[in-house]
Design a protein around this ligand. Structure first.
Ligand SMILES: Cc1ncc(COP(=O)(O)O)c(C=O)c1O
Length: 282
């Protein structure tokens, strides 16, 4: 069947799905979301995504009855209806529709919207050469652990990078600390060890990141979670990004300097191989 939407409690073509122009998601970006993949018709780490969605809802005090009106059966049903093997599922919850006001009215019914689309793999050429990125000031809000739909700084930074001939950015704070990419977490490799920034409120706690940490343990690669100064990017042997869409993507150039020897590094490759082994054989 291919692409499908879920809106206002019903499935239908994406072109026919509608929400109110007074929806707070539309007017204020007052909503949260998740992006989940399915490989060969099986949802990948659904539970972890749903846990994060609950955390995001709690983070913006969005009252959705996750136990009474569970989203999992809708997601499973939607995937089944599309008959897609490898699929990308977008789930968005907003606070609901109401006359525009900063004040949140009591008793709003959250809007639930989903889309189901074929999962398009990243271009092989990009995988082979690795991403070329630039560092940029992190101008986002302090609660990036919440997967909020309010993504304007990410959107602008990504498009600025593309316009200048790069693939993405690495957000760095005014104090020079590495955070993450526009839609992916970041890992450094130094001396055979992985390094990630602290999983505090300032970055999204990636489901892929968590899964890769388990993969790394399994193949005997250690990990340190500590603040990463931007200068470390220059000294890293390898750098890669992780995310539901990117999976494991090498970063081979940062601010026009090659990372390591400028090729996809051996630990990045081993981790990606392990990731593929686990996801494609499930
Ligand atoms: C800012 C940001 N960081 C990290 C990630 C990676 O998270 P996940 O691995 O759960 O897809 C995403 C995914 O969209 C993101 O938007």
């Amino acid at each position: 069947m291919g692409e499908l939407a879920f809106a206002n409690g019903v499935f239908g073509p994406i072109s026919e799905a509608k929400v109110s122009i007074e929806d707070r998601g539309f007017q204020f970006g007052d909503g949260i979301y998740e992006v989940i993949v399915a490989y060969s018709g099986r949802l990948f780490l659904l539970e972890r995504h749903m846990q994060r969605l609950r955390r995001s809802a709690a983070g913006i005090a969005l009252n959705y009855d996750f136990d009474g009106r569970p989203l999992e059966p809708i997601i499973i049903d939607g995937l089944r209806r599309t008959e897609l093997g490898d699929a990308l599922i977008y789930i968005q919850l907003t606070r609901g529709a109401a006359p525009r006001s900063h004040v949140i009215p009591a008793g709003l019914t959250p809007t639930v919207v989903m889309t189901f689309k074929p999962l398009l793999p990243l271009p092989e050429a990009l995988r082979a050469r690795g991403a070329k990125v630039i560092t940029t000031l992190d101008t986002r809000w302090a609660n990036c652990y919440i997967k909020a739909t309010t993504l304007l700084p990410n959107v602008l930074a990504k498009n600025d990078a593309l316009r200048r001939g790069y693939d993405d950015v690495i957000f760095v704070t005014a104090d020079g600390e590495v955070r993450e990419c526009t839609a992916a977490n970041i890992f450094l490799v130094k001396g055979g060890h992985l390094h990630i920034p602290p999983r505090n409120e300032s970055i999204l706690h990636g489901v892929t990141q968590g899964f890769l940490i388990e993969c790394a343990e399994a193949i005997g690669v250690g990990m340190k979670e500590e603040p990463i100064p931007a200068e470390s990017l220059r000294r890293a042997d390898e750098v890669f990004m992780s995310g539901t869409a990117a999976e494991v993507l090498a970063i081979t150039s940062i601010d026009d300097r090659a990372v390591g020897d400028g090729c996809v590094g051996p630990i990045t490759q081993r981790l990606y191989d392990e990731f593929l082994r686990r996801t494609r054989s499930r």
